[in-house]
Design a protein around this ligand. Structure first.
Ligand SMILES: [Zn+2]
Ligand SMILES: [Zn+2]
Length: 160
């Protein structure tokens, strides 16, 4: 997001395009928005985006969704909340505390490392947009379970 913001700040045409895009999608922007710092403009566009994407994001509710990172359709888990993609393990930064959907970010939470904690695998995440760190418990049951290959790849990435 920092990088996107500096791009927009450096390029008035890009800023104009962003304002038009926001208007086209029905994001309410005050007239002075064209003078906002790009960071604020992007945050506003993003906040709206995450609200309208509610149903397609992994959240702390057991719902099916389409993964915003790999695009695959993810079915509900059945026993517990499906809060990340079982295929690529990515999640989305929508919660401040699990399930509240209070985060304005909407960035992709990328798995960075895994650890074993009291008999469970815990996936550690870093938000690609804002750098926030989160954890989710790996779900090795369910249909489908988390990709064991992806979990092992993370574990070996750490050992490297
Ligand atoms: Zn995925
Ligand atoms: Zn974030």
């Amino acid at each position: 997001m920092k990088r996107a913001a500096s791009l927009v700040d450096a390029d008035p045409e890009l800023r104009q395009a962003l304002v038009q895009e926001a208007e086209a999608r029905g994001v309410p922007l005050p007239p002075e928005a064209s003078t906002w710092p790009a960071k604020r403009l992007l945050r506003r566009a993003r906040g709206r985006e995450s609200a309208s994407r509610e149903r397609s994001n992994p959240v702390h509710r057991d719902e099916s969704f389409r993964c915003v990172a790999c695009g695959r359709a993810v079915p509900a888990h059945g026993r517990t909340a499906r809060d990340h993609c079982p295929f690529c393990l990515c999640s989305v930064h929508v919660d401040v505390v699990p399930g509240d959907r209070a985060a304005d970010c909407g960035g992709v939470l990328q798995p960075s490392w895994v650890e074993q904690r009291r008999g469970h695998w815990v996936i550690h995440y870093r938000c690609a947009a804002c750098g926030a760190e989160r954890t989710n418990r790996a779900l090795l049951d369910g249909t489908p379970p988390d990709s064991w290959e992806a979990v092992v790849a993370l574990a070996s990435r750490e050992a490297r």
